[in-house]
Design a protein around this ligand. Structure first.
Ligand code: GLV
Length: 324
């Protein structure tokens, strides 16, 4: 009997066909995201689950409802939804989709950098609202991006792609802070490894790309914002939880930094009354790092390959390192 699998979001036909060759699958086929309780109702006899880090936490409650589950294949690079201890205890494998999204997320990072430094969304509104009545004044000026210093917190494969674009395209000077040294970044791009306080103090643009873990929760808080230049622009493209959002709001109110661009938030979708939505110098986008059709399709296919390999008893290519 082929193993039963549940795919918790719609994926392309080619991905379904791939899974269908070795598994008996069902798929959530609504555009509305599946709720936690709907997910819990669908998993009692499955051996494999394809999900995203944003759909559901993989915890004791979920695993208890799916006693046959052998592998969770995230269609995302982040796996902060995995309760790694519980998965280890129950010997459930967990995989993610690194690599295939690095270029797409890095493109967004550069887009946000240009957009915030040159105030593109503010000034687009300025024109459309009929405020462009004479020559623009210094009030509409932005900041240069080229030749500025970019501080990257989290130099994995996305960080490296951001650094490449910044260095090769905009001649930026790269600083980075990471658990480990990144030789490619240092040799190829002359990136300089430094500690977090130094990176914060010296960077014109500070970008967080580190995954959310126990160690990185609220990595950036009021103390860190105080260390930044008042002209610095702050970016979060990792997970909302890496930043203390209240501290970010205070830093913006007190003009400790010049602006921010955010793809991720402490609560998603963002609450309509979140003060971050009130700042003209804050760009907000709805967690779109990997949101292009090509990239999402590649992620789904990679997740399917991980899933099928795990169910066949092979080593899935992207087993998360904590569960190796
Ligand atoms: C997106 O946020 C991902 O983790 O892939």
């Amino acid at each position: 009997m082929p193993p039963k699998v549940f795919i918790a979001k719609p994926v392309p036909q080619a991905v379904r066909d791939y899974v269908g060759k070795s598994c008996d699958y069902e798929m959530w086929n609504e555009q509305r995201p599946i709720s936690r309780s709907e997910l819990l109702d669908r998993i009692s006899d499955i051996e494999g689950l394809m999900v995203t880090s944003l759909i559901s936490r993989i915890d004791e409650e979920l695993l208890a409802k799916a006693p046959k589950l052998r592998i969770i294949s995230n269609i995302s690079v982040g796996y902060d939804n995995f309760d790694l201890e519980v998965m280890k205890k129950r010997q459930v494998l967990g995989t993610n989709t690194p690599g295939v999204l690095s270029n797409t997320v890095a493109d967004l990072a550069l887009g946000l950098m240009l957009c915030s430094a040159r105030r593109l969304s503010e000034l687009d509104r300025f024109v459309k609202e009929g405020q462009w009545n004479s020559q623009i004044s210094e009030a509409e000026f932005g900041y240069d991006v080229h030749h500025q210093t970019l501080g990257i917190i989290g130099m994995g494969s996305i960080g490296l792609e951001v650094a490449r674009r910044a260095k090769n395209g905009f001649k930026m000077n790269i600083l980075y802070f990471n658990r480990n040294r990144n030789n490619s970044a240092e040799e190829e791009l002359d990136a300089r490894y430094c500690d977090l306080p130094e990176l914060l103090a010296q960077s014109d643009f500070v970008i967080v790309l580190a995954p959310l873990t126990k160690e990185t929760k609220h990595l950036i808080g009021s103390n860190e914002f105080s260390l930044m230049k008042t002209s610095a622009i702050f970016f979060n493209i990792s997970r909302g939880g890496t930043v203390d959002e209240e501290a970010l709001i205070s830093a913006l109110r007190e003009r400790k930094i010049a602006g921010a661009a955010l793809d991720v938030f402490s609560h998603e979708p963002i609450n309509k009354d979140n003060p971050l939505l009130q700042f003209p110098n804050v760009i907000t986008v709805p967690h779109i790092g990997s949101a292009t059709m090509t990239c999402r399709n590649e992620m789904a296919m990679l997740a399917a390959k991980n899933l099928v390999a795990g169910l066949k008893g092979e080593n899935p290519p992207n087993l998360v390192k904590e569960l190796l």
